[in-house]
Design a protein around this ligand. Sequence first.
Ligand code: HEM
Length: 344
Amino acid sequence: MLSNTTLDSVYNSGEKKLRETVGYFYSRVGSAVNIGEQMFLNVLNVITNTLWGGTVEGDERAGLGAEFREVVSEMTELMGKPNVSDFYPGLARFDLQGVEKQMAGLAQRFDVIFEKVIDQRLRMEKEGVKKSIDVLTFLLKLKDEGGDSKTPFTMTHVKALLVDMVVGGTDTSSNTVEFALAEIMHRPEVMKKAQQELEAVVGKHNIVEESHIHNLPYLQAVMKETLRLHPAPATTSPSMPKDPSIWVNPLVFDPERFLNSKWDYSGNDFNYFPFGSGRRICAGIAMAERMVMHSLATLVHSFDWTLPQGQKLDLSEKFGIVLKKKIPSVALPTPRLSDPALYD
Ligand code: HEM
C-alpha cells in the first residue's frame, strides 16, 4: 500500500511545513534549536497528511495534529518503559506500574481521533464531495471489499493499520534525521561533502525539492550509514552494526562505505537490514526514505550546524522501543544560502 507507485498519488511531502521549520530555524539564528523536536513535528505532519490529508483540512487538521502529537509521544514513551509484568508474567494481572491502564487510555484517545476522521470521510462520500486521494481512501475501499473468507477486513483493521503507520513511522524517521545531523556535526568533512553535492544538484540560489533526493548519492549513503550505527527499532539485531568481521572500522561514521555498495534496504542481506526482513519488513520504507532524505537535505543545504559553545556532542542512545538520542540534539544554525527570501 505504501509502495512508491501508490505514494506517488497519496504522498503529501508537507513542503509548506518544512519551509516553516526552515523559517523558524532562520529566526533563531544565534540561539540553539532542538532539532529532534522540530523533525518530529515535521514527520508527523507528512504522515498524517498522507494518511488522511484529503479528508481533514485547515484549522481542524491543525487541531487534530496537536492532539495526535501528544498521544503518539506518550505512546512511544510508554512502549519503551521497562515493565515489571514483562519480567514476572505472574504479576502481569496486577499491572503494578499501571502501564496497561495508561496504554488503554491512549488507545481510546486514538480511537476517538480515528472515529472523527472516518466519520467525516463517510459524510463527504455521502454528500458526493470530491477530495484528493489519501491512504484512508485505499483502506476504506479494502474494508468495503471485506477481505476474504480467511482474513476479513473490518473497520477495526482500518484503525489498527492507521495506528501502526503513525506509531511505526514518526519516531523512527525523525530520530534518523536527528542522529544523521548529530553524526554530521561530529565530522565536518562529511558535512562539507554533503553540502558540495547539494550545491551541485540543487544550487545555492534554490531550495531542495523532493525530486532532488534521487540525485544525491552521498546523502543517501549518509542515511544508510546512520541507520547502520543507529538502527531505529531496538528489535533489529544489535550485533549487526558493529561487527568488525563485516565492517571495516565499525564504530566510525563513514558514509563512503555505502557508495557503490551492495547494501540496500531490501532485507535480503542479514548483515544490513535496518528496515527488517521477510514478512515483517517495514511497510513504510519508500516513505521513510522520502521523508528522511528531504528533511536532511533541506537542513544541510540551508544551514551550517555547530554545537553551542562549551557543549560536547553526545551520540549515545537511550534504549526504548525506538533508539533515541539520550541527550536531544541542540545546535546552532547558521544560514548559508545567498538570498534571505529562500528562508521565507
Ligand atoms: C527510518 C525510518 C524507519 C525505520 C528505520 C523503520 C524500521 C522498521 C523495522 C525494522 C520494522 C520491522 C519490525 C519487526 O521486525 O517487527 C518496521 C515495521 C513497520 N514499519 Fe517501519 N521503519 C521506519 C519508518 C516507517 C514509516 C515511515 C512507516 C509508515 C508510515 C512505517 C511503518 C511500519 C509498519 C506498518 C511496520 C509493521 C510491518 C508489519 O509488521 O507488517 N515505518 N519498521
